[in-house]
Design a binder for this molecule. Structure first.
Ligand code: ATP
Ligand code: MG
Length: 386
């Protein structure tokens, strides 16, 4: 019965001049997510997106896919008809006949004010009809069923169930970001939160072969695949990091190691950002969780680059992050065993309150660092996910 879906996007409709740009991005993202075979046509108009489905398509699968698209406030499987009272009457009876309910209300909305009838007239006429023909009772507050009717200039759509979308903004409308993806719990969640606010994410992972095992890399790829559900396509950059670590390990005081590793990662990520015209870095940093994440250390690490660094998880509690990770289905992958490139040779007494001049002085001891960073950048392996 339902071969049309009406998609609402709330927040983006408010964006004035940008509206067309946002709508185009959202409909492109919907097309990429649904893939061929799952839709017949997609149309934007009157602040909505209308998706026509081919006959016989798996509606559950379509619902599941649409539930992974950022920027959708809600959507509904609808009955489509013409914007005339007579047609609305016929269709509403057809739609409600098989439904089990005692009380109801009709909520009509017009996108086009030039129609020959008001929303209130539609509510009253259809309400009266349903009362008389189906012997149901009108109840404006908390009815068993609400018949929603949306009317554009020539068409009208009837539905009884709104399915909640993911919200947020369409991936891509905020530009590109390089997100530093480790194998841990935090950075996949942070990457997803960046996507939620419209950033198209490029994933950067620093691997420490031979210290990183094959399983560790596979784990990162698996996390990238899980993120790929929300952004299509997705690229994962694997940067070799062992020689940089070795240089820092040999030349610098032990307590600065992690700070210097992170600064090197940021510099490589910034090179990628410049090449790909990304405007921002994203990390899974969280305030005070570990010694490397004090305000002072976040600051000395951040100063390695000119780019803005977003840390979406900065003020969350670990439990809150774990909860998000579980809800997103990342958690079971994130807790698989992992040889993080930084978990080897950890300092016994890491610097907690680093000062930028001290860090820069320490970093200067690694004369080969710039060259090693350039090499790591050039020798990236790029994995295209999907
Ligand atoms: P996560 O769970 O994301 O690993 P964490 O709490 O373990 O975070 P750290 O290991 O200190 O924190 O890392 C802080 C952030 O630095 C990570 O969230 C990630 O964005 C980045 N990062 C750390 N190691 C790597 C790596 N090997 N490759 C890419 N990014 C990394
Ligand atoms: Mg980690």
């Amino acid at each position: 019965m339902f071969f049309v879906i009406l998609i609402h996007y709330g927040e983006i409709a408010l964006k004035g001049k940008n509206r067309g740009f946002f709508e185009k991005a959202l409909s492109e993202n919907i097309k990429k997510t649904l893939e061929k075979g799952f839709f017949k046509s997609i149309k934007v108009g009157f602040g909505r997106i209308l998706l026509e489905l081919p006959e016989g398509v798996d509606l559950k699968e379509v619902e599941k896919k649409l539930s992974t698209v950022f920027g959708i406030a809600n959507f509904a499987f609808v009955l489509k008809t013409t914007a005339e009272i007579k047609a609305l009457k016929e269709k509403s009876l057809a739609l409600l006949e098989k439904e089990d309910f005692k009380t109801f209300r009709v909520t009509a909305k017009r996108a086009e004010k030039a129609l020959p009838f008001t929303s209130q007239q539609v509510n009253e006429e259809l309400g009266g009809l349903i009362q008389n023909k189906l012997l149901k009772k009108v109840k404006l507050e908390n009815p068993d069923l609400t018949l929603f009717i949306e009317i554009t200039n020539k068409e009208a759509f009837l539905f009884i169930k709104k399915i909640k979308g993911l919200g947020g903004l369409p991936v891509g409308v905020s530009g590109k970001a390089v997100s530093l993806l480790s194998g841990g719990i935090d950075s996949p969640v942070a990457s997803l939160m960046a996507m939620k606010r419209g950033l198209e994410v490029l994933l950067a992972h620093f691997e420490s072969v031979p210290y990183s095992t094959k399983q560790s890399i596979e784990k990162v790829e698996k996390l990238a695949q899980k993120l790929n559900v929300y952004q299509k396509p997705l690229k994962l950059y694997l940067f070799p990091f062992a020689s940089i670590q070795k240089e820092i390990l040999l030349k610098c005081q032990e307590q600065f190691r992690v700070i210097l590793y992170r600064r090197a990662m940021f510099k490589i990520a910034e090179k990628l950002a410049n090449e790909e015209k990304a405007k921002v870095l994203v990390t899974g940093d969280n305030l005070g969780q570990v010694a490397s994440q004090t305000i002072e250390n976040l600051n000395t690490v951040g100063k390695a680059v000119d780019l803005l660094v977003l840390r979406p998880l900065i003020c969350y509690d670990k439990e809150e992050i774990i909860e998000k990770s579980k809800k997103l289905g990342f958690f079971e992958t994130s807790i698989l065993p992992f040889n993080d490139c930084c978990s080897r040779f950890l300092p016994r007494m890491p610097e907690i309150h680093s000062k930028i001049n001290e860090v820069i002085k320490e970093e200067a001891k690694c004369e080969k660092l710039s060259e090693l960073i350039e090499n790591a950048f050039k020798n990236a392996k790029i994995k295209k996910i999907n």
